[in-house]
Design a protein around this ligand. Structure first.
Ligand code: ZN
Length: 328
């Protein structure tokens, strides 16, 4: 999948940064070694002139073979001497060589003229970053999801305990073909918190996750409708929303209503369902509302294929505010 020139350039710039850093650090380690062991620098120099002599011997002709054999033996001896000096300082060839993030392409992005997996992965991550909301994932984890706010209502407490357990289990077992989930309930009941906790774990496992509000996706989809399609092929918001491993569509129904967006969201949801890719949708709307606002097909896709989790209780943000006020 192509992601467009902008993302490609940014990915290449990041790879170049990695490569330069790896090479600069290796250069520093080598210099430090030569300072401790000037003899090694000398041996390295001899290795260079030995190789140059071999090239010259080939050009000069004469008894090339005997001369080359001699030079090769000399080269092997120098190499052994060099490695012995390294070992004498507790080092190896690897420890004074660049430690590339990707050994396959040495952080160049290409192996034998073909794009390396690391460059593809990096482009994907950059594209998803661009579409995802800027939320610090570390702030919404399972560990800091508190059931305290539901204590006053035993039914809510039990239900939210179940919801938490299901979400934890879902995240722990998450795979590219996991089922889809619908988080239903009012604002401030933890829908965003738990979907971000799932996103965090899926990202940690290496899955490509896009998370955002229906409003932010609506803006991206609308923008794409008016911009000319990119000449680089399907590197657009729509195909990324369809193609990512996990899509988290938060606050469905709060976006500015538009027929175009409703159709585009249906297309995303439907295409992901056909490709057996998981989606987590959170909404305050009932099935009837979904049907009225989007379409009957849209509502029936969700009611037929999504595991439903009801979030109940009293708005956590309101409760936090009340507690703060009570303390003052
Ligand atoms: Zn690579």
């Amino acid at each position: 999948m192509g992601y467009g020139k902008k993302i490609y350039d940014e990915a290449m710039a990041r790879l170049e940064g990695r490569r330069r850093q790896a090479e600069a650090q290796a250069g520093q380690r080598l210099e430090a070694f030569y300072r401790q062991c000037p003899q090694a620098r000398e041996v390295k120099g001899q290795m260079g002139s030995n190789a140059a002599k071999a090239a010259k011997a080939v050009l000069q002709g004469g008894d090339v073979r005997a001369e080359l054999e001699k030079l090769r033996d000399r080269g092997v001896a120098l190499q052994n001497e060099y490695e012995a000096l390294l070992a004498g300082h507790g080092l190896s060839l690897a420890s004074v060589s660049p430690q590339y993030a990707c050994q396959a392409c040495r952080d160049t992005g290409f192996v034998d003229g073909r794009m390396c997996g690391c460059l593809r992965q990096l482009q994907r991550a950059l594209a998803y970053e661009g579409l995802s909301m800027r939320v610090p994932l570390g702030k919404s984890t399972f560990e800091n999801f508190s059931l305290d706010y539901y204590q006053d209502d035993p039914r809510a407490c039990q239900q939210m305990g179940n919801v938490l357990r299901v979400c934890k289990d879902y995240a722990a077992r998450f795979r590219g073909d996991s089922s889809s989930l619908l988080f239903k309930g009012g604002t401030g009941l933890g829908k965003t918190h738990l979907s971000l906790a799932i996103a965090g774990q899926a990202i940690e496992k290496g899955f490509g996750v896009i998370y955002g509000s229906a409003q932010s996706f609506a803006v991206a989809l609308e923008k794409e409708r008016f911009d000319r399609p990119s000449p680089d092929g399907p590197g657009d918001a729509n195909s990324q929303l369809v193609g990512c491993d996990l899509l988290i569509l938060d606050d469905l129904g709060t976006e500015f209503p538009s027929q175009y967006v409703a159709a585009a969201l249906y297309n995303v949801v439907n295409s992901r369902m056909l490709a057996a890719k998981p989606t987590i949708i959170s909404t305050n709307l009932s099935m009837k509302d979904l049907e009225d606002r989007y379409s009957e097909r849209f509502a029936s896709r969700i009611s037929g294929y999504y595991g439903k989790l009801e979030f109940i209780g009293t708005d956590v943000r309101v409760q936090m505010q009340q507690r703060r006020q009570a303390r003052q």
